[in-house]
Design a protein around this ligand. Structure first.
Ligand SMILES: Cc1ncc(COP(=O)(O)O)c(C=O)c1O
Length: 405
């Protein structure tokens, strides 16, 4: 670590609130799935800014789109029509199959907050004033703002911030009976991640998703998918994870990879859900600004042109089979989960944080969830050669620990 790192890390300690325990590295440049620190050391990035840089770092098409728009007009607010916003909404509608409308915001938590407000407004209009409750899953994650936190099914993240907004009920994932038992006239929506991300990469079962859609229809309840982490081909061939299951939601929350690492979010709504909000109900100063929308349009176009969904499906399968082989050979992994390039290796010992810090020393940017889950979210440009480097590195780290090598 260089002098520049020392200066900035010390200033972070002095001037930035300590909400994160940051890793001892200063990344100053990136290209594709490679990152470079202040001393020129190269790293392979298996985190991509927590699943946000699906195209890889410094993609020229996104950079060009941002430069072009920055030089013309940066911000006038949502009081006016701007270039790129309507076209981006049209692009997103098409990716979702057509017939969708967008509300633009700046992050995943905001997208979930927007979806929650939309669902409550829809409930009041379509079911009556008592229909305010939203059912979400245990272990889910929907963001850190208060309503998104209340929706989150992780008590450890919530306890210090009571009282949280009321009206959220958490049920076990993949248990349609538990969900059915909660559906009554007080419910306006069910909100789920198709694959729980921050909770540890736990996918919804195909049959469960079918049951959830049927139950929502039977009880006249909106189905909201939080695709903040799973969106934009992260999970393989389809742009959004739910499409692989043929289950159509009413509302989708998007963010993370929408503008390849720039802060962007969207609430997508179709059918009667798209009629729930009226002028004055919700808003954002920055959401849907022309620079971000230009970046997002360039991102979506490049993800399509480079066929990163197919590559993600193929290379994700390669990563999962490599991790499964590592599991059999070392006994250090009890389960490999996920789809596409959203993958977790559940470890048999609580060494995930150590693997992350030792990996960094070997040029591997890794991520753990809690003590025993390694999560891999590389840019979708990640190929077999990079996955081989990862698997070799993990294998060596594990064997060094066991004293096997
Ligand atoms: C599924 C899901 N929803 C919401 C969020 C919150 O997004 P943000 O951190 O952009 O507010 C996240 C972040 O990890 C997420 O994974």
């Amino acid at each position: 670590m260089g002098a520049r790192y020392d200066t900035l890390a010390a200033k972070d300690d002095l001037f930035v609130l300590p909400t994160y325990a940051r890793k001892p590295v200063l990344f100053i440049e990136g290209r594709g799935m490679r990152l470079y620190d202040d001393e020129g050391q190269e790293y392979l990035d298996f985190v991509s800014g927590i699943g946000a840089v699906n195209l890889g770092h410094a993609h020229p098409a996104v950079t060009e789109a941002v430069w072009q728009q920055m030089a013309r007009l940066v911000h006038v607010s949502n009081l006016y029509h701007v270039e790129h916003r309507a076209e981006l909404a049209e692009d997103l509608s098409a990716l979702l199959g057509g017939g969708w409308k967008a509300f633009f915001c700046n992050s995943g938590a905001e997208a979930c907050e927007g979806a929650i407000k939309l669902a409550r407004r829809w409930g009041a209009k379509n079911k009556g004033p008592a229909a305010t409750r939203i059912i979400t899953a245990e272990r889910s994650f929907h963001g850190r703002t208060l309503a998104a936190l209340a929706a989150t099914g992780q008590p450890s993240k919530q306890e210090a911030f009571a009282p949280l907004p009321a009206g959220f009920t958490h049920v076990p994932l993949n248990d349609a009976v538990a969900l059915a038992s909660e559906l009554d006239g007080t419910v306006c929506a069910v909100m789920l991640e198709v694959i729980q991300g921050e909770g540890g990469v736990y996918p919804c079962d195909h049959e469960y998703l079918k049951d959830v859609r049927r139950l929502c229809d039977e009880h006249e309840v909106l189905l909201v998918f939080d695709e903040v982490q799973t969106g934009f081909w992260r999970t393989g061939e389809t742009p959004f994870a739910h499409q692989a299951h043929g289950v159509k939601p009413d509302v989708v929350a998007l963010a993370k990879a929408l503008a390849n690492g720039l802060p962007a979010g969207a609430v997508m709504a179709t059918g009667t859900a798209a009629e729930a909000l009226t002028p004055g109900d919700h808003g954002s100063t920055f959401g849907g600004g022309p620079v971000i929308c230009a970046a997002a349009r360039a991102t979506i176009a490049a993800l399509r042109e480079e066929e990163l969904g197919s590559r993600c499906a193929r290379d994700g399968a390669y990563l999962r089979s490599g991790l499964t082989e590592l599991a059999h050979r070392t006994g250090a992994i009890s389960e490999v989960r996920g789809h596409g390039l959203m993958v977790a290796a559940h470890l048999t010992a609580p060494i995930a944080a150590e693997l992350v810090s030792e990996g960094l020393g070997r040029g591997l940017v890794l991520n753990n969830i809690g003590a025993d889950i390694m999560r891999f979210l590389p840019p979708l440009v990640c190929g077999k050669a990079e996955i081989d480097t990862l698997l070799d590195g993990l294998s060596e780290l594990i064997e060094d620990r066991d004293g096997v090598s």
